[in-house]
Ligand binder design. Structure first.
Ligand SMILES: [Zn+2]
Length: 302
């Protein structure tokens, strides 16, 4: 029996928010269906933010509701505040991801709020969610956990203080996000060890080409939950210089080759790129494995 790794596909949220073009709702849903057909069981499908700030996410309530009708899929949405959390709940989301930036510069640019004030907002969200008749998981996503393109160096103690604040706020899970892709494997390993098991997942960007190396560092410290985006889409509109997420196809190849079962069929995953490309004509798709082709040596973990 192989050990299991969970991949949350974040392309429909993190991948689209930075693009100039807006993907039509029907195209998003065909893409999400193709991802589910490939075996993805957790997808972050959108973001409950004002449409005037991020027009690509204007249809998130509709996308969440439609995704919730797909059997066996955990539907995740980003919610930056209580209003967004309430909208996510109303739409039927199974989990919300609430960002808290470690660096002040990114916090003000992304959330228009100091980090400490955002921790208080998370506590309000958790209290509200716990009062509702239906369960909805709340994840605290620690943005700029390893560095910031606005403020530069992010000290580990600052990241750990945010992690502690999120634990106190009572979230169900905490993920560290390398929002701008500045992390290195030694830093990832050290921070996870310092956090002492408080971290469930990693959200990594590949700006410097170290995304998979950082994922491996996390894997070695016991992390089994990773965000990734099909074709390596992604970036933060409020973090200048941030590039795409780690490529889901390449991550699946690495994990399955190492004997970690992801439940994802790599052939079908690569086929899902067609549905993505159909919704984003002309957009460049990344990925080493899709480009090279799946080698004959590849075996999916049982
Ligand atoms: Zn991201």
């Amino acid at each position: 029996m192989n050990e299991v790794c969970h991949i949350c596909e974040v392309g429909p949220r993190d991948g689209l928010q930075i693009l100039r073009s807006v993907m039509p709702t029907a195209a998003k849903l065909r893409w999400i269906e193709a991802l589910v057909a490939a075996g993805l069981r957790e997808i972050e499908v959108g973001s409950f933010v004002p449409a005037k700030l991020i027009p690509q996410m204007a249809d998130t309530a509709e996308v969440v509701a439609a995704a919730c009708r797909l059997p066996g899929l955990k539907v995740v949405a980003l919610a930056p505040n209580l209003r967004g959390a309430q909208a996510a709940y109303a739409a039927g989301a199974h989990r919300i991801s609430v960002p808290v930036s470690v660096s002040r510069g990114h916090s003000l640019a992304n959330l228009n709020r100091e980090p400490a004030a955002q921790i208080e907002e998370v506590a309000r969200i958790v209290a509200w969610v716990r009062d509702q008749p239906r369960a909805m998981e709340v994840e605290g996503a620690v943005s700029t956990a390893f560095g910031c393109s606005i403020d530069g160096v992010v000290p580990a103690r600052a990241t750990l203080a945010i992690v502690e604040g999120l634990s106190r706020a009572g979230v169900d899970a905490i993920a560290l996000a390398d929002t701008v892709g500045y992390a290195n494997p030694a830093q990832v390993g050290a921070l996870l060890r310092d956090a002492g098991g408080a971290i469930e997942g990693l959200h990594l960007h590949d700006t410097m080409g170290l995304g998979l190396a950082n994922a491996l560092a996390g894997l070695q410290e016991g992390i089994r939950n990773f965000d990734a985006a099909l074709a390596g889409l992604g970036g933060c509109p409020f973090a200048p210089g941030a590039s795409g997420n780690i490529v889901t196809e390449d991550l699946v190849f690495m994990l399955e080759s190492m004997g970690f079962a992801t439940g994802i069929d790599l052939d079908r995953l690569i086929a899902a790129r067609a549905a993505l490309q159909a919704g984003l004509p002309g957009e460049a798709l990344r990925g080493q494995v899709p480009q090279a082709g799946i080698p004959k040596t590849y075996r999916q973990a049982a």
